[in-house]
Design a protein around this ligand. Structure first.
Ligand SMILES: *Cc1c(COP(=O)(O)O)cnc(C)c1O
Length: 389
């Protein structure tokens, strides 16, 4: 045993970045419960209840709903790898990091990928989707990101879903930063495959990815001529474990399932509608405060769960972020891609979306911006945010 290895003692932070978000003590306690066997009847009950609650939070009655082992990206990979066979045509909407990642995953699966590109910060317009579907009538799947965490853009889905189904394709949605934070109606919006992650608006540690597949998506998988390239993420085998048969595939992340179970209980205790309203009010207050300080939003249609703003000219982006972390214990995110060094991304996800955090981050940012010589009136941001409450 190395005598100089210190115990794990992470500091207390306030997580206002693009994920993870703050984890409530109830969830941490659940995580620390005794590990039992993954075929123990007591575990199977917890797993079944977690699955029923995932359905509720996704607003779906899809039988094939489960928590994939791995983070949100594992859910992305599971959806694509099971729905795509080499040579299939897939359209991917790309307006930020996560659309680009989905395209990369699809290409690695051997799909012929057609991208619909939109500027970062903008949404993908239904007209662009209609044109791409007309150009590529053999498209099997169209993938899109509901909440593009890299830019803060909130993508409307209903009209696009209609176009995709009219073209006979399956509709795949990344709901990593929307599930449990903004409205997401998997059945009503006719989403065929959807994945999320635990550490964004569910406020659970990272490690599981809730996914759900419509009957049409399962039919597509049943009709495959080739085996799914990924053994680990093959839904045809995982279905047998997540069914009455409980056929061993891989050992479930037992304690993460406890944590997710508790996180979903908290979501449903609050109620989906109340939760969406809470995220909206806190976002509006933060927005009023940031704009009162002269910070402007990047996306035209902003998420309530992620606030991406331009860094004012003359302000040292990284210095402010470092001081927020070191002096206030607050984590916010940096810009990505074209916004590297030019943006801040402030997450108000799940347990982190509170009035306390909104007023705290505004006050801290104001003091740091004043130190950098920014031209702003002290107190204006808090006055504007308080006005919303
Ligand atoms: C965070 C995120 C992912 C990836 O999730 P990981 O948990 O980091 O693997 C995918 N899509 C979106 C929109 C995200 O915000």
């Amino acid at each position: 045993m190395a005598a100089n290895v210190l115990p794990v003692t992470p500091p207390q932070r306030i997580l206002l970045g693009p994920g993870p978000s703050d984890v409530p003590p109830r969830i941490l306690s659940a995580l620390a419960s005794p590990t039992i066997g993954h075929l123990d009847p007591q575990y199977l009950r917890i797993m079944d209840e977690a699955r029923a609650m995932i359905r509720e939070v996704f607003s779906t009655s899809n039988e094939m709903t489960m928590a994939t082992s791995g983070t949100g990206s594992a859910g992305m990979e599971m959806c694509v790898v099971n729905l795509i066979e080499p040579g299939d045509e897939m359209i991917v909407c790309v307006n930020g990091v996560f659309g680009s990642r989905m395209r990369d995953v699809a290409q690695r699966c051997g799909a012929t990928v057609h991208s619909i590109e939109a500027d970062w910060g903008r949404i993908v317009e239904p007209s662009a989707v209609a044109a791409a579907l007309a150009d590529h009538p053999n498209t099997k799947v169209l993938g899109i990101v509901h909440a593009e965490t890299s830019t803060g853009a909130h993508q409307p889905l209903v009209e696009i879903s209609q176009l995709v189904h009219d073209a006979g394709a399956l509709f795949l949605v990344d709901a990593v930063t929307s599930m449990g934070g903004v409205e997401l109606l998997v059945d009503a919006w006719r989403i065929d495959a959807v994945y999320s992650g635990t550490q964004k608006c569910l406020s659970c540690p990272p490690g599981l990815s809730p996914v759900s597949f419509s009957p049409a998506a399962l039919e597509r998988m049943d009709g495959r001529k080739t085996k799914v390239q990924s053994w680990y993420l093959d839904v045809s085998m995982l279905r047998a474990y997540w069914s009455e048969e409980r056929v061993y595939h891989h050992t479930a992340p037992i304690n993460m399932t406890y944590a997710l179970h508790e996180a979903l209980r908290i979501v449903l205790e609050e109620g989906l509608e109340a939760r969406i309203v809470r995220h909206t009010v806190n976002h509006e207050a933060l927005r009023a405060g940031l704009e009162a300080m002269g910070l402007s939003y990047i996306p035209e249609r902003s998420l309530t769960t992620l606030n991406a703003v331009h860094v004012p000219d003359g302000v040292d982006e990284m210095a402010v972020r470092k001081r927020l972390l070191n002096e206030f214990g607050i984590e916010i995110g940096a810009g990505l891609g074209p916004f590297k060094g030019k943006a801040w991304r402030i997450g108000l996800m799940g347990h982190s979306s509170t009035k306390r955090n909104v007023l705290l981050v505004l006050a801290a940012l104001e003091s740091l911006l004043l130190d950098q010589g920014a031209d702003l009136k002290p107190g204006e941001a808090l006055r504007a945010a308080s006005g919303v409450y």
